[in-house]
Design a protein around this ligand. Structure first.
Ligand code: 5GP
Length: 190
């Protein structure tokens, strides 16, 4: 038995539905979600400290220098990073922690904590992905194009994850991820 909480890394291209899956997982009271810091501007109704900590590039780089991030990466010209302290504290308290991050971040986390569980949320098709991305209504056409191009780079990375879950129907996808978590908790750790 492991008293330290699980570290779940959830990735997948923008529009794959990671956010919705995470929201469902957060209904478990032992689950904690790391709120990332980013230098990108808030989108739609996003609030500072809720979806992200919105920081200037200067402040973000200051935190990098202070070793304040568990991992960080650049995505479409902006920094994104997981503040270190909350992740460490929650895990030590036995909470399960979700990092909803892109693929470079996952590679870094695997180096620091190889026992983390990485899950790639895969859209059922490129067409569905584009439709979902446009459906948000908060993205400019330029951003949709950039995110689609990035998605095409990210999809082949799915095979580097421990699990790949296709998000066709949300309920099934959430159920699959919950099964993974349950199985990981029952695993005999050698
Ligand atoms: P968005 O701008 O759509 O909110 O996020 C863009 C990408 O950055 C998504 O793939 C999201 O998972 C990822 N991301 C969000 N926070 C972090 C983080 O702290 N670290 C890394 N590496 N990626 C992040």
């Amino acid at each position: 038995m492991n008293s330290k909480g699980l570290l779940l890394v959830i990735s997948g291209p923008a529009g794959a539905g990671k956010g919705t899956v995470v929201k469902e997982l957060m209904k478990d009271e032992n689950m904690r979600l790391s709120i990332s810091a980013t230098t990108r501007a808030p989108r739609g109704a996003e609030q500072d400290g809720v979806e992200y900590h919105f920081l200037s590039r200067e402040k973000f780089e200051e935190l990098i220098d202070e070793d304040g991030f568990y991992e960080y990466a650049q995505y479409l010209g902006n920094y994104y990073g997981s503040p270190k302290k909350p992740v460490e504290n929650w895990q030590n308290e036995g909470r399960d922690v979700i990092l909803e991050i892109e693929v470079q971040g996952c590679e870094k986390v695997k180096k620091v904590q190889p026992e983390c569980i990485s899950i790639f949320i895969m859209p059922p098709s490129i067409e569905v992905l584009e439709k979902r991305l446009r459906g948000r209504g908060t993205e400019t056409e330029e951003n949709v194009q950039k995110r689609m191009a990035r998605a095409k780079e990210e999809l082949p990375k799915a095979k580097e994850y421990d699990y790949v879950v296709v998000n066709g129907a949300l309920e099934d996808c959430v159920e699959d991820v919950k099964c993974i978590i349950r199985a990981e908790k029952l695993k005999v750790k050698n």
